[in-house]
Structure formats: structure tokens, C-alpha cells
Write a protein that binds this ligand. Structure first.
Ligand SMILES: Nc1ncnc2c1ncn2[C@@H]1O[C@H](COP(=O)(O)OP(=O)(O)O)[C@@H](O)[C@H]1O
Ligand SMILES: [Mg+2]
Length: 279
């Protein structure tokens, strides 16, 4: 179990502060600041702790909670495999069975780069996603980490769960479950990274590109939505699937749209997006 080590807060700040230090394995992280936090400070949309901070020697880090220890192993293996490439993940400085501490990367977010210059870098991310989806060594890693994290069942489905008794959501969930089992043997398990947005990617002065938001990395069928979820969705051709894969793809995208509408409290949009007649 993890406990906040200290709460050095003045009475005045007490209500609005998060703990000041945190321990992962043998490593202590100080000067904590929340990252993400749509609903709660320092807690991501997926409900996990995510903070920036400093090690005792001053090194800036990010510390974040994983879904499972298998997801941590997957993150480590992928990190090692990509280590020598120019599009890669930040080095891991510490981890335990729940948390990962990774180096803070100094550079520019792609969201801060002018669109005409961005094209050059988009290409590298398009190749990155192709590599993790289709390279046979990545496919082997995916098969060995089926239990790590599935973007569709461990995130999108979980996000809808509180509303599963609301008819539009119930209907969508039932159709998705049916389609999931129909495609079980047809759609291959691959590595998935569904969070390639411009603000999650940092360009360094040496032209290396770091992908810094990796809490939704996993294996399963989630890869189907990776391109559509990415900043380069308009630069790649839309996939042309036949049923039953096409149906599964459309229903999975609906899970995604209905979930974001519910996150925003927009039930009107959620109902419209859940409508099975609308593609
Ligand atoms: N390891 C890192 N190195 C540099 N910047 C980071 C790192 N991790 C996160 N950031 C910055 O912090 C921002 C928020 O962190 P992120 O994990 O993407 O949270 P969220 O997307 O939930 O807001 C990112 O967009 C990025 O700019
Ligand atoms: Mg992010």
C-alpha cells in the first residue's frame, strides 16, 4: 500500500493542497504538483493518481499510477524496445507494483509547434503507431500482456458503467458485448496507444520525440481506435473493414463518444451518440 508520507501544509492552504511527498519503492518524490485532473486534483480521467515532482537530487519527474503490474511490465518492455529510436518513451527512474516514476522531458509540446512544421513530425508518429500495431515482435509482446490493460473493456466500458441502467447506454453496452464475442477470434490482439494527442508529445532540441502520457497503453482490440483517437487522424486513410469487424469498430467508437459526453454531463449528446441507427 502507498501512503502519503507527509502533509506539510499551513492551515490556510490545507483545503486546496495535495500531499507534498510520495514514495515509490525506495525513491522519494518531493514538491508534488497535480497533473491532469478533470474531476479531482492529481487524478486522471481514468481515475488514477498522476503528479509531477522532484527527486532528492532535484531531477524533475512524473509519477503516475498504473492499471496493473502487467501494465507496468508492458510499459518497461516497450520503453526498452524503443530506447534507441527517435520516437520513444521517457526513461523510467523507479517503479513498484502500482506506480511508475519517469523522467520529466524538457522540450516543446507538439501543440506549441506551427502547423506547417508539424507535418515532418506527424510522419514519425504515424510510423510509430504502424510499428507497434503490425511489427511481429510487438505482436508477440501484446500476446504476452493480454492482461495488462484494455482500452475498450478496462476504460471505455468502465466509464459507461455508472449509467448502465439508462436505456440508451444499456442498449449500446449489450450490443458491444455481443459484437466483442463475435469478433473474439477474428481481431488480433495488438499493442494499443489511444492517447497520441499533440499535448502528450514533446519534441527535444536533439529532435527526439517523447510520448509522455502513457497511462492508457495496453494490449487487446483497443488498437482499432488508436488512429481515430490521435492528432493525425486526418492524415491517414480511414480503415475499410467488413462486418463483423466493421460493426465492432463502429460500436467501440460509440463507446468512446458516449463516454466523453457523459464525462461532460451532456446526456442529450450521450443519447444521440448511443443511438445504434446513427453511424
Ligand atoms: N514526462 C514528462 N515530461 C515532460 N512533460 C510531461 C511529462 N509528463 C507530462 N508532461 C506534461 O504535463 C501535461 C499533462 O500530463 P498528462 O500526463 O498528459 O496528463 P493529462 O493528459 O491527464 O492532463 C502533458 O501534456 C505534458 O505537457
Ligand atoms: Mg495528456
Amino acid at each position: 500500500m502507498h501512503f502519503f508520507k507527509s502533509l506539510n501544509l499551513s492551515t490556510k492552504d490545507r483545503k486546496n493542497e495535495i500531499p507534498s511527498s510520495f514514495r515509490v519503492g525506495e525513491v522519494v518524490i518531493n514538491n508534488l504538483n497535480p497533473l491532469g485532473g478533470m474531476f479531482k486534483k492529481g487524478v486522471t480521467k481514468a481515475g488514477r493518481i498522476s503528479l509531477s515532482g522532484n527527486l532528492n537530487d532535484g531531477t524533475k519527474v512524473k509519477v503516475y499510477e498504473s492499471f496493473s503490474s502487467s501494465q507496468i511490465n508492458l510499459r518497461k518492455i516497450l520503453g526498452d524496445k524503443l530506447e534507441k529510436e527517435d520516437t520513444l518513451f521517457p526513461p523510467i527512474l523507479a517503479s513498484d507494483e502500482n506506480f511508475i516514476v519517469e523522467k520529466w522531458i524538457s522540450g516543446k509540446r507538439l501543440s506549441e509547434i506551427k502547423p506547417n512544421i508539424l507535418d515532418k513530425y506527424s510522419e514519425r508518429l504515424i510510423n510509430f503507431i504502424k510499428e507497434i500495431h503490425y511489427d511481429s515482435s510487438f505482436n508477440e509482446i501484446a500476446k504476452a500482456h493480454r492482461d495488462s490493460f484494455c482500452y475498450l473493456s478496462d476504460y471505455l466500458m468502465m466509464r459507461l458503467k455508472p449509467w448502465q441502467k439508462w436505456f440508451p447506454v444499456e442498449n449500446l453496452i449489450n450490443e458491444w458485448i455481443k459484437s466483442d464475442s463475435e469478433t473474439e477470434k477474428i481481431i488480433q490482439t495488438r499493442i494499443s496507444h489511444p492517447d497520441l494527442s499533440l499535448s502528450n508529445i514533446i519534441l527535444c532540441p536533439n529532435e527526439n520525440i517523447y510520448i509522455v502520457d502513457n497511462e492508457l497503453i495496453g494490449a487487446g482490440k483497443g488498437w482499432l481506435l488508436d488512429e481515430r483517437n490521435s492528432f493525425f487522424r486526418d492524415k491517414v486513410l480511414s480503415p475499410k473493414y467488413e462486418d463483423p469487424i466493421k460493426n465492432f469498430y463502429n460500436l467501440s467508437w460509440k463507446l468512446r463518444l458516449v463516454g466523453s459526453a457523459l464525462d461532460e454531463g451532456d446526456f442529450y449528446r450521450a443519447k444521440r451518440m448511443a443511438d445504434l441507427k446513427r453511424i
